[in-house]
Design a protein around this ligand. Sequence first.
Ligand SMILES: Cc1cc2nc3c(=O)[nH]c(=O)nc-3n(C[C@H](O)[C@H](O)[C@H](O)COP(=O)(O)OP(=O)(O)OC[C@H]3O[C@@H](n4cnc5c(N)ncnc54)[C@H](O)[C@@H]3O)c2cc1C
Length: 342
Amino acid sequence: MSQSLSIQENFNLAEYNTMGLTAKARYFISISSVQQLQTLLADSQFQSLSKFMLGGGSNILFIDDYDGLIIHMDIKGIEIEREYKDCVLLKIGAGENWHELVIYCIEKGWGGIENLSLIPGSVGAAPIQNIGAYGVELEEVFDSLEAVNIETGEIQSFNKEECKFGYRDSVFKNELKGAYVITSVKLRLHKNPKINTSYKALSDALERKGISDPTVKDVSDAVIEIRRSKLPDPAEIGNTGSFFKNPVISKKQFNQLKIEYPEIPHYPAGEKVKIPAAWLIDQCGWKGRRFGDAGVHKMQALVIVNYGKATGGEIWALAERIQHSVKEKFGVDLTPEVNIVT
Ligand SMILES: Cc1cc2nc3c(=O)[nH]c(=O)nc-3n(C[C@H](O)[C@H](O)[C@H](O)COP(=O)(O)OP(=O)(O)OC[C@H]3O[C@@H](n4cnc5c(N)ncnc54)[C@H](O)[C@@H]3O)c2cc1C
C-alpha cells in the first residue's frame, strides 16, 4: 500500500455523509492537490477498482458498503484569476466548503451567490447538479471548471456550454457520470450586484424585516433564516435535503391532473409545468411517517431522514415506496435528486 498517498482501508463513512449512514469503504483517500490525484489514478494497484468522488457527502446515499476506492476531495484555495471593472473571476479549489465561499464573497461585497447561502457541501460538487435555491442557480455565475479524467489522468477544462446545465442537472450526472474529478471551479461575481428577490418566500422575509433595498448580506441573512426555520439540520438529524427533484410534466398531463386536483400547485417550466414533489408526497400521506429509523420529515415531505440507525437500504426502500405511491395516485414519476451509490 502506498504510504505517500495515505490510503485507509475499511474506512467508516459515517462522518462523510449527512444521512449519517455507517457504510464502509474498502479504500479511502483525501486528495489535497491535482498532482496527488494524478499519482493515485496512475497507480496500477487501484486502476481496476471502481472509484467514487466524495465531496461533503450531502447529496449521496450509500445503499451498502462501497467495495472500491472513495476519493475525498480536499483541494483548497480561493484566488482572483482576473479582475474587471464590474466583476471578478474567482478560481476556487473543489474542496472548499460552499457556504464558506458564499460568506467570503459577501464580505468582499461580491454578488451572485448570496441566494445559495447555507447549501451544504463542497465547491467541486456544486456544478454536478447545478445547485439552486431561492430563484438562483449556479450556472448564472459559472464561468468554467477544471477536471481530471479518471481513466487518463489528463486535465480538461469545461465551459458553461460543455457542462450542459439543467434543473439540478449537468453533463456530469449523465453522459460523463463518474468520468471526471472536478478539481477547481471558476465563478464570475459582480461588484455591483443585481439583487434577486424574485422568490416569494425571500421577498416576504425581507419585507417583514422592513428592508426595501437589500444588500447581498441582507439577502444571505434572510436565506439563512428561512433555511434554518424550514430544513432539518443534518448535524441534528441525518438527511440529504430534498430527496427527489420536482417533476416537470407536459401541459397535457398537467391539465388532466388539474381537473381532478384543482388546487395542485405548479410553476411554469418553459413549455412544461413543474409540480412541487413535496406536495405530491404529502398528498399520498407520507409526511411524518416512520419505519424503524427511516422516515419522512414531519415538516418537510421532500426530506427523508435517518433517525439514527437506518441503513442505506432501508432509506432507499422507503424512497421506492414513495415513488410507487406517487406514480399510482398521480401518474407522475419522481426522480431522486440524491446520488445513489451502490
Ligand atoms: C440540508 C440540506 C439542504 C440542501 N439544500 C440544497 C439546495 O437548496 N439546493 C441544492 O441544489 N442542493 C441542496 N442540497 C444538496 C447538496 O447540498 C448539494 O447537492 C451539494 O452540491 C452537494 O455537495 P457535496 O460536496 O456534499 O457533494 P457529495 O454529496 O459528496 O456528492 C454529490 C455528487 O457529486 C459528485 N462529486 C462530488 N464532488 C465531486 C468532484 N470534485 N468531482 C466530481 N464529482 C464530484 C459525487 O460523486 C456525487 O455524485 C442540500 C443538502 C442538504 C443535506
